[in-house]
Design a binder for this molecule. Structure first.
Ligand SMILES: [Fe+2]
Length: 385
């Protein structure tokens, strides 16, 4: 609250400044704020003129009115840097005007004037968010000037802060957008890198298969069967993608093992079977440095597991062999049975299906076999192998 000073003797330290007095340029002098526009709302015309003349002397742009209607009209048209208003004027009190001012321009400070210096009025003014409360009659204008300067400083600060906040929000939004775009780009690079890596490994495997008339096209066909079964079983696109990659690379372990004995006519010896059974583990080890294949490796490692635990390399049983692995196991077995192999007789597709069916529930998942049958029925040319 700015207290009214009683008029002091001329020449004392607290010299009274009256309208029309010259401006004192002391060390505390605050430069005139010529750009600041101040609205005075005061129905006592003498007081209104005194304040206006005093402020004009300091270079402020001052508009004064004596009623609330005019004040509201002005506030609706332009923004003021400060409003000085009487608390009790006709049509509306100053507190109501303060509300109107806050609605019109939330950052504009308001100084309330009152000839009733009661605590109740002061508290009311504070509650309404008034910047200061000045008691009339104004004898000494210095406190009012100090209050005005503080109010204008606060308004400048609030405007800067508001501007900073707005700019900060825009900056944060821009940077967030840039970050999202960079993340999308990075993800695209990562996806491309994965695709290229899989494609290189797959090419190696295909090259290996093509060297052998018995295995030529094996991975491509196993991939086709796996995808077909998965789609007939209603698996998700993500699952189908994982399964396809596993099918493409499932025999990559054979790259590292000398399996030339596979081309020799006749059944494999126990030692040769032992050697051949290492390829899923070798594949798992070869692919382990590639983190994007972490979900694919278990499918490859276990594609020779069987439901009854008779498979290899880990002897998994039942549900320990997940659905994608069971699909790859069926697709791989069906293609192996319907392709020429040096060490055993070729199955016709119908015979291979019958053989797989005979082992349904024991070695192979019934639901997966149903998926294979549905896929083959949907593609009758596959029966003409
Ligand atoms: Fe295999």
């Amino acid at each position: 609250m700015t207290h009214v000073k009683t008029k002091e003797k001329e020449g004392s330290q607290n010299k009274i400044i009256m309208p029309g007095d010259p401006i004192e340029h002391t060390s505390n002098f605050i430069a005139p704020r010529c750009g600041n526009r101040i609205l005075i709302v005061e129905d006592e015309l003498v007081t209104q003129k005194m304040i206006k003349d005093y402020l004009l002397k300091y270079g402020y742009q001052v508009v004064s009115v004596s009623n609330v209607i005019d004040a509201n009209e002005l506030m609706a048209k332009e923004e003021f840097d400060l409003i000085i208003t009487d608390m009790s004027i006709p049509q509306m009190d100053g507190i109501a005007l303060r509300k109107a001012a806050r609605n019109a321009s939330p950052l504009t400070p308001v100084i309330l004037l009152s000839d009733q210096g009661t605590l109740e009025n002061a508290i009311q003014a504070i509650q309404m968010g008034a910047h200061d409360f000045v008691i009339k009659p104004i004898v000494d204008f210095k406190p009012l000037k100090t209050s005005i300067d503080r109010a204008l400083d606060r308004k400048s600060f609030m405007a800067l802060q508001d501007n900073y906040q707005s700019n900060l929000e825009i900056l944060v939004a821009q940077q967030t957008q840039e970050l999202i775009e960079k993340q999308i780009l990075l993800q695209e690079y990562a996806d491309q890198l994965e695709e290229v890596s899989i494609s290189i490994i797959s090419s190696l495997q295909v090259a290996l298969e093509e060297k052998d008339k018995y295995t030529a096209g094996h991975s491509r066909r196993v991939t086709d069967y796996s995808q077909g079964i998965a789609r007939h079983m209603g698996l998700s696109e993500k699952e189908i993608r994982l399964l396809s990659t596993a099918a493409q690379l499932h025999d990559i372990g054979k790259l590292m093992i000398d399996l030339s004995f596979m081309n020799r006519p006749g059944p494999l010896s126990e030692e040769e079977w032992t050697m051949m059974k290492k390829h899923p583990v070798v594949a798992d080890r070869i692919l382990s440095p590639l983190p994007f294949l972490d979900e694919v490796r278990p499918i490859i490692r276990h594609h020779h597991e069987r439901l009854d635990g008779s498979g290899y390399p880990d002897g998994l049983v039942g549900d320990q062999v997940d659905k994608l692995t069971q699909i790859l196991a069926v697709a791989d077995s069906f293609d192996a049975m319907t392709s020429s192999r040096s060490y055993r007789a070729l199955f016709r597709p119908e015979a291979a299906l019958a053989e797989l069916r005979r082992c349904a529930g024991q070695l192979y998942c019934v639901e997966v076999l149903d998926g294979l049958v549905a896929y083959l029925e949907y593609n009758p040319k596959l029966f003409q192998k």
